[in-house]
Design a protein around this ligand. Structure first.
Ligand SMILES: [Fe+2]
Length: 258
């Protein structure tokens, strides 16, 4: 039904991320859903071994993610929020970029309220709670990385306001989502999209058909990425700390000039 008054009100009111939040509905997950989580978790931990930066593995332990079954967000938040001020909320699927960056700027991480089916272990149309929780949340227990992701949220809001949201999206993609990083002279996984992917985690480190180039802010901002396939080029941070510092020093004005 067309309700002009409501539409007017919607136009006047800035969109708030809170309107995208839904209950996690943890009690509605079936035993099969929890089994799928356990299967994915065990498989991915074994596959990663020590191929991921150490703070990721620390985060898994700190947040007790190895506890069987899909994590209940309230329980997870009870550990995460006092530690770094980050909190998870449930969403029904991908949120628009402006909402996503607004959430990050408030130290809120959106988590899909669904999990893939057993027949789709390696194929995902939209990020589910395994990608969001296993891939992203461990690093949000790391104080400096947590601060960096909040800053990316602010940069994203500023870039979108200037009509240049793609710059922030690419920066996010090549660090938080698909970044690699050197750690004690070894190449490691940093990004959540790699840490949570069965196929791409090894591919990103071992394939000799992809490019791996040093991470720079300018490089990240101007390197295109793929949504629908493995990345053809990975950006490799000299260290986790160097990328965190570089991003924290980046101002919105500089992001738009690069
Ligand atoms: Fe992600």
């Amino acid at each position: 039904m067309f309700r002009p008054d409501d539409d007017q009100a919607t136009l006047r009111r800035p969109t708030r991320w809170q309107s995208y939040v839904v209950p996690q509905g943890w009690e509605t997950f079936t035993p099969e859903d929890h089994e799928v989580w356990d299967l994915l978790f065990a498989r991915q931990v074994e596959l990663l071994g020590s191929r991921v930066v150490a703070p990721f593995l620390d985060g898994i332990d700190l947040l007790r993610l190895s506890h069987p079954g899909i994590p209940e967000l309230a329980e997870l938040n009870a550990i995460l929020e006092p530690r770094t001020g980050w909190r998870t909320v449930a969403v029904p699927g991908l949120v628009p970029d402006e909402i996503f960056f607004a959430m990050l700027a408030d130290r809120i991480f959106p988590v899909g309220n669904f999990i893939r089916r057993r027949e789709q272990l390696d194929y995902l149309e939209a990020p589910d709670c395994f990608h969001d929780l296993f891939g992203h949340i461990p690093m949000l227990a790391h104080h400096d990385f947590a601060e960096m992701v909040e800053h990316v949220g602010r940069l994203g809001q500023a870039a979108i306001a200037a009509g240049e949201g793609g710059r922030a999206a690419r920066l996010y993609w090549h660090s938080v989502e698909f970044g690699l990083a050197m750690e004690k002279s070894e190449l490691k996984i940093l990004g959540a999209g790699l840490a949570s992917s069965f196929g791409e985690s090894h591919f990103s480190l071992e394939s000799d058909t992809v490019e791996r180039v040093p991470f720079t802010i300018r490089g990240a901002v101007h390197t295109a990425y793929r949504h629908d396939a493995f990345q053809p080029r990975y950006l490799v941070s000299r260290s986790l700390e160097s990328t965190v510092s570089a991003i924290l020093e980046l101002t919105p004005e500089r992001l738009l000039e690069l």
